[in-house]
Design a protein around this ligand. Structure first.
Ligand SMILES: Nc1nc2c(ncn2[C@@H]2O[C@H](COP(=O)(O)OP(=O)(O)OP(=O)(O)O)[C@@H](O)[C@H]2O)c(=O)[nH]1
Ligand SMILES: [Mg+2]
Length: 283
């Protein structure tokens, strides 16, 4: 990424990754729009605004939608409250959910029904950034594994209609990346939550960013997990400490930082080193 010189520069790597299947996914969403009553835009509760997508907004145009902020179990409670006030103020229909919790998820259906009243049979299109949990949400609503789920961006490659019973049909769609990310910081947030593949912002860049972020607002889990006595450490010293604690060493006792980056990323994504929410609501 070119962020050192110009923080507003879009990442060229990101741009190159985009065209092929992302453009196709957008085109297909546009084609199906008339067939659905409502769109559920799945975002990540750890980045309520940055996990949105302008390109999707353009295609969706005036279509009614609910923003479903998934993975709330991995996000910071106080920050989600602030974001809730912001969404309320903006009059945007939204819900924070942890889709692994079916009761919470059923609210998405009741909210959709409320908006679409008195329509009985409803068709919902599920869109959003890669890896935000679209397919998991569908499987949960269908009560069975109807669409493939994986912890990697870009799992779903084709659209699929799924009848989940009770007069509800859902359309699963492949995740769509924003065509450009205007703030380098957002690319790091999206990389941290794994909504973009690790080869866009490198594992090293993302892990270093995360460590810097976690040192600024250190959670108990972060300090305890890596046996850090305090957060008064440099990023480098923290990485070295983690290498020692986790036995990430190469020959001659040298630290194996590549392994450390992977540990940090996977443990952050699993919510093992604290609950985090990136960004603050706009004024
Ligand atoms: N902790 C937590 N994990 C979740 C939640 N929802 C989904 N996941 C996990 O997130 C990963 C991605 O889920 P998918 O359902 O495949 O995401 P997707 O949006 O369909 O991804 P693409 O098809 O790549 O666009 C999986 O490992 C899920 O188990 C949630 O609410 N909480
Ligand atoms: Mg999917």
């Amino acid at each position: 990424m070119k962020r050192e010189n110009d923080p507003s520069a879009p990442s060229t790597a990101l741009f190159n990754w985009y065209p092929g299947h992302m453009a196709k996914a957008l085109r297909e969403i546009k084609q199906k729009l008339k067939m659905v009553d409502l769109v559920l835009e799945i975002r990540d509760a750890r980045a309520p605004l940055a996990s949105g997508n302008m390109a999707l907004d353009e295609v969706l145009d005036q279509k009614r939608k609910i923003i479903v902020l998934n993975k709330a179990n991995l996000s910071d409670t106080a920050m989600m409250k602030k974001w809730s006030s912001w969404f309320d103020k903006e009059d945007i229909p939204y819900l924070f959910v942890n889709c692994l919790d079916k009761a919470a998820l059923s609210k998405v259906i009741s909210m959709s029904r409320k908006i679409l009243k008195p329509k009985k049979e409803i068709k919902l299109m599920i869109v959003g950034l890669p890896n935000t949990g679209k397919s998991t949400i569908i499987n949960q609503l269908a009560n069975k594994k109807v669409t493939k789920v994986a912890d990697k961006p870009g799992q779903t490659q084709i659209q699929q209609w799924i009848d989940v019973g009770e007069d509800i049909t859902l359309l699963d769609t492949p995740g769509v990346m924003p065509p450009k990310i205007s703030r380098a910081e957002h690319a790091l947030w999206l990389s941290a939550i794994h909504a973009i593949p690790d080869d866009i912002a490198s594992e090293q860049e993302t892990a270093e960013f995360l460590v810097a972020h976690l040192l600024k607002i250190p959670s108990k889990e972060f300090l305890e997990r890596y046996k850090l006595e305090s957060a008064d450490l440099s990023v480098n010293d923290t990485l070295l400490k983690i290498a020692t604690v986790r036995g990430c060493l190469r020959g001659q006792g040298l630290p194996d930082l590549d392994r450390v980056y992977k540990i940090i990323l996977s443990e952050f994504r699993e919510g093992l080193i604290g609950k985090t929410c990136f960004g603050i609501p706009p004024k």
